[in-house]
Design a protein. Structure first.
Length: 467
């Protein structure tokens, strides 16, 4: 037989069946062991009681012999098969009624052992008794010995009755316990089955449903709560992905539509110039191509931002181990805004070192500066200082500010507030989301605070040793 057959049959069983089978086998083994101990204990107790009765009779007969009042036949009480008095030559000198008066109950070797106090079990056929016989001896003066024989038939019948009762009762008891356990285990596993049915009913269209939570505070209850929390997280992630895809498609559609329109205009103008013998490529198409290049650059930036966020979601962004001077990076980034709409001033008198990737930190500062320049009224201030627990980078503008209720929401992807929803301001709604991901990558945090007027972005990063 294939050795894997029992294993396959075992795995075909339900969990309920496995538990009942294991429990039934355990109960049967326990009952068998208990029954064996019970029978052995009963046998030992009855044997000892039988021996004590036989020894008591032998001592009574010996007392009569010592007193010179031993009669022949020897009187015996109930339960004793017969009594013999044997001399040193192995001859029977006295016996109870019905006992053999010619042949002693024990052979010479056994007789010597009995005189020494041994308790022997012999075949009753040699004594004319059915079944085994227990024989004990009690020495008398002059080398004589009192032999008392007691039949073990009653003890054997009692033990046989107990064994038969156990052989009948134990299977019935195991069967009853298995039936009760089947109901109890089924009742216990009912919440698990309810979880399974609930999970089977959850589909893509009904993913907002939750699994039933059984009452109590047991393992199944905690499992249901954990699974519902997992479903909530998955639903939230799925919602963010749907919103992300929808917003990304919307953002990509605008520059693509603009590019298509400008290309169609350029083709028509070039065709018109050809029809009027005007040199192709002159006039308005050059301006359209400049606008087209702007849209292409915007599309490229948006694609790069989407790729960075996708890598962040997959955990594919890795923090560098370089020691970077954030103050120097702030001054470098501020230099790009020399011709900006508002001036960008930097307050970073001392070097502040962090451990990370220069390009990622440069993008973090640049995104904050872009956002501040876009909304500032008069100027933007960038400061780098020691916060006591690390490095504090702040970017402050004097624009309209952000309401407290929106200061966390603006870090969501493609989020624009009402005063910043214009599509021609260069923003895609991903800048602050990227800032938060890059701050997390470097073990830091980013928050918004009131600058009165305006808003101040605060980035806290763990400090590194000076190189």
């Amino acid at each position: 037989m294939n050795a894997s057959g029992p294993a396959r049959r075992w795995h075909r069983l339900t969990l309920r069946g496995r538990l009942i089978l294991i429990g039934s086998v355990g109960v049967a083994a326990g009952l068998a062991l208990g029954g064996l101990i019970l029978v052995r204990t009963l046998e030992f107790t009855l044997q000892r009681s039988l021996d004590e009765g036989a020894v008591g009779t032998a001592r009574d007969v010996a007392a009569l012999a010592h007193a010179g009042r031993l009669s022949d036949p020897i009187p015996v009480g109930g339960g004793v098969s017969f009594v013999q008095v044997v001399d040193g030559q192995g001859r029977v000198t006295a016996a109870s009624a019905g006992a053999d008066r010619l042949v002693p109950a024990l052979r010479p070797g056994d007789l010597t052992a009995a005189r020494g106090g041994a308790r022997l079990t012999v075949d009753g056929e040699q004594l004319g008794i059915t079944g085994a016989v227990r024989v004990v001896g009690e020495p008398l003066p002059g080398g004589r010995t009192v032999l008392v024989a007691v039949s073990e038939r009653g003890m054997a019948e009692s033990i046989s009755v107990v064994k038969g009762t156990l052989l009948v009762a134990f299977p019935i008891l195991v069967g009853l316990l298995a039936a009760v356990a089947w109901r109890v285990v089924g009742w216990t596993l009912a919440p698990v089955e309810a979880l399974r049915r609930g999970a089977a009913e959850i589909t893509g269209a009904s993913s907002a449903r939750r699994l039933p939570v059984p009452p109590g505070n047991d393992e199944v209850h905690r499992l249901a709560v954990t699974l519902n929390d997992m479903l909530a997280r998955l639903e939230s992630t799925r919602g963010r992905q749907r919103a992300f895809v929808a917003d990304a498609a919307h953002e990509l559609r605008s520059p693509l539509a603009s590019m298509r329109t400008q290309l169609e205009v350029a083709v028509r103008l070039d065709a018109a110039a050809t029809a009027t013998d005007t040199a192709p490529g002159s006039g308005p198409p050059a301006e359209l191509l400049t606008d087209l290049l702007t849209d292409v650059n915007r599309l490229a930036d948006l694609t790069n931002d989407l790729l960075l966020l996708a890598r962040a979601d997959e955990g594919a962004l890795h923090r560098g181990t370089d020691q970077v001077d954030v103050a120097a990076l702030a001054k470098e980034v501020a230099g790009r805004y020399a011709g900006a709409r508002v001036p960008v001033r930097v307050d970073a008198p001392e070097a502040r070192w962090v451990c990370g990737t220069p390009g990622a930190l440069r993008q973090l500062i640049g995104n904050l500066a872009d956002n501040a320049v876009r909304h500032a009224a008069g100027e933007v201030r960038v400061a780098v200082e020691d916060s006591g627990e690390g490095v504090l980078l702040t970017v402050t503008d004097d624009g309209p500010g952000v309401a407290p209720a929106d200061r966390e929401r603006v870090f969501d992807r493609f989020t624009r507030l009402d005063d910043a929803r214009a599509r021609d301001d260069g923003g895609s709604g991903l800048g602050l989301a990227i800032v938060r991901e890059l701050a997390r990558l470097h073990g830091g945090t980013v928050t918004l605070a009131d600058a009165g007027p305006g808003v101040r972005a605060e980035v806290r990063l763990p400090a590194a040793d000076r190189p």
